[in-house]
Design a protein around this ligand. Structure first.
Ligand SMILES: Cc1cc2nc3c(=O)[nH]c(=O)nc-3n(C[C@H](O)[C@H](O)[C@H](O)COP(=O)(O)OP(=O)(O)OC[C@H]3O[C@@H](n4cnc5c(N)ncnc54)[C@H](O)[C@@H]3O)c2cc1C
Length: 304
């Protein structure tokens, strides 16, 4: 980064209400529990603060990384030499108006799903167990068991990287499989969701079944980022990896799960380079054996 982190933090503190730090650890904010520190950390308390923070970051040309609940990330052991804009716990709230909910981006999906189910509102219950936040889920078009967040999305609000407001209705957003081009550069601060009315008991049972199914299929006893790779057309990444014989393969503290080969686990104080080495090994083996080029779902942050 071209600018002194302490100077930049002071400039942010002038215009943003919220937590501002330098040389702050990122690993505790990721599901992997891996990665070095960020040069500058800013966690605004308000939407106005997010806009002001972006104006400063843009003016200083500081590299920006938006951190949600950190469940789809592999952060470099050297960390992030720029500003991390955190929209997580500090930016979590929702209000229901009949069958619609206005939700702040840092809200845990699971909190929103529980609140909706309690009100007898259907639309996201099959996403139960996804550990991310609403902003990250929109950015990734998170989904499971045939349900994706796009199906309940009415509109998305936030800012462009220069701090100017952004707002888009669902029909202006192309939600693709784990990819949303229109949301790739924006900072999402909130979204409006439309649910449908349903029986609370039925929804609760459905949610419980999904959580049980996840516990059976997924290695949830070790830190991970979920599936490392997207599902290639016509295949399952996990099945392809399993057939290369790489299940259980370890590099350093990282291990390819024996339960679900699409998961790379932090089995024992893994470094980001350990996980990255396994990612590269899998990609090379699957390409060699099946001619399939796996696409990463996990986002790599910092230098690798
Ligand atoms: C055990 C486990 C199981 C999982 N199962 C699933 C699954 O079934 N289906 C699925 O889709 N995913 C799954 N995931 C992956 C992950 O939970 C989702 O991708 C989730 O939606 C990411 O949200 P997050 O808040 O953690 O985002 P982060 O990991 O913090 O960030 C992910 C990306 O979104 C960006 N981002 C985050 N917040 C914002 C914001 N407010 N504005 C703009 N950009 C933002 C980040 O910059 C980054 O590029 C799983 C992960 C784990 C660990």
């Amino acid at each position: 980064m071209n600018i002194d982190p302490i100077e930049l933090a002071a400039q942010l503190a002038d215009v943003v209400d919220g937590q501002i730090l330098t040389d702050a650890p990122l690993a505790p904010f990721t599901s992997y529990k891996i990665g070095g520190p960020t040069a500058v950390w800013v966690a605004p308390d308000t939407k106005v603060g997010v806009g002001h923070a972006l104006e400063v970051i843009n003016e200083k040309k500081a590299p920006l990384f938006i951190l949600g609940r950190g469940s789809n990330l592999l952060i470099s052991d050297q960390g992030w030499d720029g500003v991390t804009l955190y929209l997580g716990e500090n930016f979590s709230n929702w209000t229901f108006d009949h069958s619609q909910a206005k939700v702040l981006a840092g809200t845990l999906l699971m909190d929103l799903i529980r609140a909706a189910v309690k009100k007898g509102l259907s639309g996201l219950e099959l996403l139960a167990g996804i550990p991310g936040g609403v902003g990250g889920a929109l950015r990734m078009n998170a989904g499971a068991f045939g349900q994706e967040i796009e199906q309940v999305t009415v509109s998305v609000s936030g800012f462009r990287p220069d701090g100017t407001p952004f707002s888009a209705d669902r029909h202006k957003i192309n939600f693709d499989y784990r990819r949303v081009p229109e949301l790739q550069k924006v900072v999402i601060t909130s979204a409006l969701f439309q649910f449908t009315e349903a029986d609370t008991g039925t929804l609760r049972t459905r949610m419980k079944d999904i959580l049980a199914l996840r516990a059976v299929k997924q290695p949830l006893d070790y830190p991970s980022c979920g599936s490392v790779f997207k599902r290639p057309a016509g295949y399952y990444a996990g099945a392809l990896i399993e057939e290369t014989g790489l299940k259980g393969k370890r590099i350093g503290g990282a291990m390819i799960s024996r339960k679900h080969a699409g998961f790379i686990l932090n089995a024992d104080n893994a470094k980001a380079v350990d996980v990255y080495a396994l990612i590269q090994l899998i990609e090379a083996r699957v390409l060699d054996r099946f001619g399939v080029r796996l696409e990463r779902e996990v986002k790599l942050i910092g230098k690798f």
